[in-house]
Design a protein around this ligand. Structure first.
Ligand code: ATP
Ligand code: MG
Length: 418
């Protein structure tokens, strides 16, 4: 038997309804905030990710799925969406259309990580990118949108944490100071962090190792080292959040694994998911578009991890779809009539199933029961000759004869009452 590859999952009916619900809500809410959907490829040239995400990051160092294609060119399954959206924005000169462009996209990402609960090799994200403004109001606007979205899908036991990573100007001297501090503690750090101290010291804050976390607790924090400008910017973001009624907490340890982040950075975390506690993460990346060869245009964005988000949706929410109508038929003429009648229901938007394979009435009724159909319409050859069918209410266990020509109308009437 051929099985799915480790870390890759099927999302089956029963579960997929939650996904559809969440995705539909995201589309609806994001569009009210002025975002448009963008669909980007799942593969890109390796350089796009290496250049934008940064060589010294977990993703580029060890998590990318990169293959030579048939011509030997190295292509990478996208590990995240921001780089591709930025590439598309530059390639199609989208900055010429509107001063501020706002996008969202929904789809799979691929990272070669150790699979565990909440961590997969193919996982899904909803991504948001806003390009063309450095207004701190837009940072707050996107966090408001995220927070409103989470409330709407009833994911409430989460916390929005924010921090500022400063601009490149404040980061360089801070980086030196952090390296000085960390070098002295190097012996206590994990092997990865010993290396990070030299390549990307900020990332030591992100390490999941307990000892590294203790060490970084005492380390100098970026927030204490940002310039007056960045500080003012961070104050403005917070003022907006407060005025808009979005609750948040400052987490001075919050850094992003990717190189391109500047100024505001944020995460939505929960204590309901064990180790994999980040549900969404993002921030501002003012240098990215220029780094990728575009004009000097600021941007910000975030990504929601859908697997983690969906596991937080309250279980009592029954999204499973049972048919409103099940049509049981006996005899071949009745079966054709069942097919026609099913179309009549379906074409007016009523979820309808029919019995297959010439099964007995008893077995069709059992099937209707298993599908949890609300009504069964029974068409027998005899009733059909009289132009009638039987409508059975499965919960009430009551049935009545109704004229075939009136059945859709009758079902619709009952739909209004219940
Ligand atoms: P983590 O610290 O958990 O590895 P990250 O910093 O690598 O997260 P981002 O690149 O910021 O994550 O991605 C945004 C979101 O995507 C995360 O907050 C998480 O919800 C989700 N995510 C990231 N990697 C995975 C994965 N391997 N499996 C499932 N969800 C993931
Ligand atoms: Mg990661």
């Amino acid at each position: 038997m051929i099985k799915a590859i480790k870390g890759f999952h099927d999302i089956l009916p029963g579960e997929v309804e939650k996904w559809q619900f969440v995705e539909a809500k995201a589309r609806k809410i994001f569009e009210t905030f002025g975002l448009s959907e963008i669909k980007i490829p799942v593969v890109e040239r390796i350089e796009l990710f290496a250049r934008s995400i940064g060589e010294a990051t977990d993703i580029v160092e060890k998590e990318m799925y990169t293959f030579p294609d048939r011509k030997g060119e190295l292509i990478t399954l996208r590990p995240e969406a921001t780089a591709s959206v930025a590439r598309a924005y530059i390639e199609h000169r989208l900055y010429e259309n509107k001063p501020v462009a706002k996008f969202y996209c929904i789809g799979p990402m691929f990272r070669h990580e150790r699979p565990q609960k909440g961590r997969y090799r193919q996982f899904h994200q909803v991504n948001v990118e806003v390009l063309g403004t450095s207004d701190p109001a837009s940072d707050a606007e996107m966090m408001t949108m995220l927070s409103h979205f989470l409330t709407e899908i009833k994911v409430t036991e989460v916390e929005l944490q924010i921090n500022s990573l400063g601009c490149l100007g404040c980061r360089a001297p801070y980086r030196k100071e952090l390296i000085l501090f960390m070098v002295n503690k190097s012996a206590e750090l994990c092997v990865d962090c010993q290396r990070r101290v030299q390549t990307n010291p900020l990332r030591t804050f992100d390490c999941k190792n307990k000892i590294c976390q203790e060490v970084t607790t005492l380390a100098p924090k970026i927030l204490e080292h940002i310039c007056a400008n960045c500080n003012h910017n961070f104050e403005e973001v917070q003022r907006n959040l407060r005025e808009l009624g979005v609750s948040y907490k400052i987490n001075p340890r919050l850094v992003r694994g990717l190189d391109y982040y500047t100024k505001t950075t944020f995460e939505v975390v929960t204590d309901k998911l064990g180790g994999q506690n980040a549900v969404a993460a993002g921030g501002r990346y003012d240098g990215l578009i220029k780094d990728l060869g575009g004009p000097d245009i600021p941007g910000l964005g975030f990504a929601i991890g859908l697997e983690r988000l969906i596991s937080l949706i309250p279980a009592e929410r029954d999204l499973s779809r049972s048919p409103h109508i099940f049509i049981a038929s006996l005899g071949s003429d009745a079966k054709i009539e069942a097919m026609k009648l099913a179309n009549k229901f379906r074409f007016v938007g009523i979820r309808t199933e029919i019995g297959y394979d010439g099964k007995s009435l008893k077995s069709q009724m059992r099937w209707a029961n298993r599908l949890n159909a609300k009504y069964v319409v029974i068409i027998g050859d005899e009733e059909l000759a009289l132009g009638r069918v039987i409508l059975r209410d499965m919960a009430k266990k009551e049935q009545e004869e109704i004229e075939l020509t009136r059945i859709v109308e009758e079902v619709n009437l009952r739909k209004e009452i219940t």
